[in-house]
Design a protein around this ligand. Structure first.
Ligand code: BTN
Length: 338
């Protein structure tokens, strides 16, 4: 059994026991190892940023967890939610989407996720860059082999965005909103962007890489001024810090579940039910571009192929499959991404 597996198991048991103590003896027995080995693992975890309370004759419990991403802790959270997902953690990478591509090229079995604390060449939509400093945010990419025809992949990103918006709002009691096609906003500013990239063989999606960047505990004051107008972090918007490892595990679990529902064709009713609850554009006058053609209308929700339903000034309903939109009185300048 590799060393990190014992760390994951120790952390998983400590998370399960919460405020209760677990004795070193019980841990050693349940993990089929010695007390000396358990003690050595606690020392390693302390060096990696954990604080434990250790009381003689009672045992151990977690006092605090690292403020930075810690792969074994994320795996422990996932293990406790019965999620079986290979995770590749890199402290720094060019882009998690590119790293996922490299693993796919090496025939890494899917699904898997790449997660990093910092990207040096983070990519956004429409060829933009995604600011990805190591400052308490998460940069995650999933690799899937959906084996469906390419046009059926389009609604995947808005569907995942809806599930993330719904689950994270509920878990953390935070007022997240959706902006078509797949941005998550809080108090009118962007906190999360998604970039899906697929490779297609004629009528078949060979693989799909789904990347997501979430501004969690960063301080927007350190960002370029222009960006501060349109984007924020959850910590800045909610005036509280989040447990980044638990948050990352919740993102990973939600995306994997959303993918499974998508593949099993069990998502359309839920998308139609949930999207209006969070849709920041609904019934608002929006303007933007369809290719190079300017377009104005009133947003009327999402279609099951991922298109935005737009009521045009002449009374006809148009399905907008791609493009960028802002409100007539803008809440966010979509020309700039983090
Ligand atoms: C957007 O423009 O809104 C999409 C941003 C997507 C950023 C994420 S961060 C993790 C993954 N790796 C990248 O290079 N991009 C995506």
């Amino acid at each position: 059994m590799p060393d990190n597996t014992i760390n994951v198991q120790i952390l998983s048991k400590l998370l399960q026991s919460g405020v209760n103590f677990i004795s070193g003896n019980d841990l050693a027995k349940s993990l089929d190892t010695s007390r000396v080995s358990i003690w050595a693992h606690f020392n390693t975890l302390r060096q990696e940023g954990f604080e434990f309370e250790a009381i003689q004759n009672k045992g151990y419990r977690i006092k605090s967890t690292p403020g930075e991403l810690h792969a074994d802790l994320i795996k422990a959270y996932l293990h406790n939610s019965n999620i079986d997902l290979p995770i590749i953690y890199l402290p720094e990478v060019d882009s998690t989407n590119t790293e996922a591509e490299r693993h796919l090229a090496d025939n890494h079995p899917t699904p898997f996720a790449v997660i990093s604390s910092k990207q040096t060449a983070g990519r956004g939509r429409h060829g933009r860059s995604w600011l990805s400093e190591n400052e308490g945010n998460t940069y995650i990419s999933f690799a899937f082999k959906p084996n469906i025809s390419p046009e059926l992949v389009n609604p995947f990103t808005p569907w995942v965005a809806t599930q993330l918006c719904h689950h994270l709002s509920q878990i953390y009691d935070i007022p997240l909103q959706l902006k078509w096609p797949n941005d998550l906003l809080i108090k009118g500013k962007k906190v999360c962007g998604m970039l899906a990239e697929s490779r297609v063989d004629f009528d078949h999606t060979r693989d799909l890489i789904f990347g997501i960047g979430t501004n969690i505990n960063s301080d927007p004051k350190s960002w370029p001024k222009e960006l501060q107008k349109t984007a924020t972090s959850l910590k800045a918007a909610c005036s509280k810090a989040f447990n980044i490892n638990e948050f990352a595990a919740n993102i990973l679990a939600t995306i994997l579940n959303a993918y499974n529902e998508f593949i099993n064709n069990n998502w359309k009713d839920k998308l139609q039910e949930l999207w209006p609850t969070y849709d920041v554009l609904y019934n608002k006058e929006v303007h933007g571009f369809h290719g190079t053609i300017p377009i104005n209308g009133v947003a009327k929700g999402i279609a099951n192929d991922g298109a935005l339903k737009l009521l045009l000034p002449d009374g006809t309903l148009k399905l907008l499959h791609a493009g960028e939109l802002s409100l007539s009185s803008p809440i966010t300048n979509v020309k700039q991404t983090t």
